[in-house]
Write a protein that binds this ligand. Structure first.
Ligand SMILES: [Mn+2]
Length: 244
């Protein structure tokens, strides 16, 4: 059984690159997130869906993203969301991704896929969204075995509070978080930072880099510390960083 290392993850979501309203702002925010990986000495970057705003975006946006992931240098794990579905027409199979650097990992399995990062003693699991419907359950089928490594799940969907009776697409239920056999759940789909941990299972929305920031001219990311020696093995803090 591999000894788990102390590692630090940078978690964000909903960067919406190529959005029609303010594409320059979205690009600057992504660049600031990549800067944060260096500034905060992150060991890996997780982007939990809606990386891109829509499937019509230009190749130049995809090329920008791929080059930023290369600049991140650490492993970057990407989970498709409802704005950037992994379906038959997915943008993730367009040609800019053919030249993607080795550190870029795109979860593409709609029934669940694990990205193994043995150098970090880390497995990252997620289900790539192929359709945004009530039947798509982002946490269904999470593996229970941890083979001694950290297990982090990524999920893009709507958390239903216990008193929330509305039926929404890509639902995430409290009992599913409570029953999860993982160390952290990196959530995306909401613009705001939110702690939705249940029964000792740590689960947070990061919010979008700009939407979760406390002030103009800043971005916010989640900093996830995984430390096997600490009294609390998993801790999450929000870091605010300047836009360039
Ligand atoms: Mn979404």
């Amino acid at each position: 059984m591999a000894a788990r290392r102390k590692i630090r993850l940078i978690h964000t979501s909903d960067t919406h690159l190529g959005d029609d309203w303010n594409p320059a702002a979205a690009a600057r925010a992504l660049a600031a997130v990549v800067d944060s990986v260096h500034t905060l000495r992150g060991d890996a970057l997780l982007i939990a869906g809606d990386v891109f705003d829509n499937a019509r975006i230009a190749d130049a946006v995809l090329e920008f993203f791929v080059s930023e992931m290369a600049r991140a240098a650490v492993p970057a794990v990407i989970l498709p969301g409802n704005h950037d579905l992994y379906d038959a027409a997915t943008l993730y199979r367009r040609h800019p991704f053919a030249d993607a650097p080795d550190n870029l990992h795109i979860i593409s399995g709609a029934r669940g896929e694990t990205v193994a990062l043995p150098d970090l003693t880390l497995d990252v699991w997620g289900r790539a969204m192929d359709s945004h419907t009530p039947a798509f359950r982002p946490l269904a089928g999470m593996p229970a075995n941890r083979n001694g490594r950290w297990l982090v799940a990524m999920a893009h969907g709507h958390f239903h509070y216990p008193d929330d009776t509305e039926e929404r697409s890509s639902p995430i239920r409290p009992h599913e978080i409570a029953a999860a056999q993982c160390d952290y759940i990196a959530l995306g789909h909401w613009e705001r930072f939110e702690d939705v941990s249940q029964n000792g299972v740590t689960a947070y929305y990061s919010g979008s880099p700009l939407g979760a920031a406390g002030a103009r001219g800043q971005v916010a990311v989640n900093v996830v510390e995984l430390d096997p020696q600490a009294a609390i093995e998993v801790s999450v803090a929000q870091a605010q960083l300047p836009l360039r």
